[in-house]
Design a protein around this ligand. Structure first.
Ligand code: S3P
Length: 174
């Protein structure tokens, strides 16, 4: 058994699916943003504000290395939206387990953004006037890295049935 990393844009549903998969397969999950917030005693927004994004990215990278080196398997990891994009994180994850890109599509991301109350918890998207344009821009910058994932699920394919296949493949082959 191994690690499954859920990656994708903010509001793609990584944490939602990590919890759901964790319940369904009775496999523990961790949420990287939550872990960083707990360890630092600050929200992600506060870390961006007081320590800067570069420091957040370093904490994120160090946490990823710790999870890979010392956490018990099997494990589901809900990554931050930017996790794959910094350092050699994408390669680290691809070598350590299975990566699944939840490719939700910009319209779905915007829908989720509009339904959330805690949008300030995303410092990169706080006080943005054109959320659709901003998400599109961010996605354009990141898509080539996200697409290096072992598995890509588009909006309409994100379901337990499709995860069943991924789980059995990841568990038996890695
Ligand atoms: C970020 C996404 C956030 C969080 C931080 C940076 C990003 O996580 O890690 O605000 O760079 O896309 P979510 O994807 O869970 O929103």
């Amino acid at each position: 058994m191994n690690i499954i990393f859920l990656i994708g844009m903010p509001f793609a549903g990584k944490t939602y699916w990590a919890k759901k998969l964790s319940e369904n397969y009775r496999v523990p999950y961790v949420d990287m943003d939550d872990m960083i917030e707990k360890a630092q005693g600050k929200t992600v927004s506060e870390i961006f504000e007081t320590d800067g994004e570069a420091n957040f990215r370093l904490l994120e990278h160090q946490l990823l290395a710790t999870i890979i080196d010392s956490y018990q398997r099997p494990l589901i990891v809900s990554c931050g939206g930017g996790t794959p994009v910094f350092y050699d994180n994408m390669q680290l994850m691809n070598n350590a387990g299975c990566t699944v890109f939840l490719d939700a599509g910009i319209a779905t991301l915007v829908d989720h953004f509009e339904q959330k109350e805690d949008t300030n918890e995303r410092p990169l998207l706080a006080s943005v006037s054109d959320i659709h344009g901003e998400l599109q821009l961010l996605f354009e910058k990141r898509k080539n890295i996200y697409k290096q994932a072992h598995y890509i699920l588009h909006s309409e394919q994100i379901s337990i049935t499709n995860f069943d296949k991924i789980f059995s493949l990841c568990i038996s082959s890695r």
